[in-house]
Design a protein around this ligand. Sequence first.
Ligand SMILES: [Zn+2]
Length: 248
Amino acid sequence: MIQGERVFDTHTHIGTARHSGRSFTAEEMLRSMDRHGVDRSLLIPFPVVDDYRAQHDLIGAAVRQWPDRFAGAACLYPFVSEQAFAEEVQRCAETFGFRALKLQPMYQALNPVSKRSDFFFAAAQANRMAVVAHTGSGVPFSLPSLYIAAARRFPDVPIVLGHAGGPLLMLECVVAAEVCPNIYIEVSSLMPHHVAELLHQVPASRLMAGSDLPESVETEIGKIFTLAISPEDRRAILWETGARLFGA
Ligand SMILES: [Zn+2]
């Protein structure tokens, strides 16, 4: 807890990343959470890994060992065979209870406008997972507005726009959230005043806080406490929206 508020960090990674060379264990994540007052985290694999099954096993083991601290997400290269993709997402849901399926279009060039991407959203739908899509860097497939098309084809799948498109593309997230009730926004990488601006147009029940990387926790979670917003909105962004989508 921070200042009496429960905190759900809806964007974290453990495992080993090939693209960045970063590595982080569940134990290190727990220590970081304890140090910063984070109650619960959504653990997501890094987008470029040697063995996605091994990364899911690692997160699955952490979710089983600390179910009150962690929720799990699947993330795998989308262009394995559609059958292999569907089977692995199902394994993550049935074996470990994962609640989300991540897409990182900077490294996984899936076009969310095209019906050819339906298999991705259908896998989330079949396993009652939310989709978390990285938005911002990695244009064009990381343009927030492109997820309007997928959100309309899969109205019962919550779609979280990670990083809110960044400051440059944030207004695309506003438009997407306004036209699609199943679109949510995770606000890491925005400046504090951007979050306040978002709140003028998108209800806090559709916004959530996330850190992405351990060195950003203080900045990303701390910025929510700097805003002159209602206690109800603060509680929704810090805890309730994430808990509703990813379980608590
Ligand atoms: Zn990330």
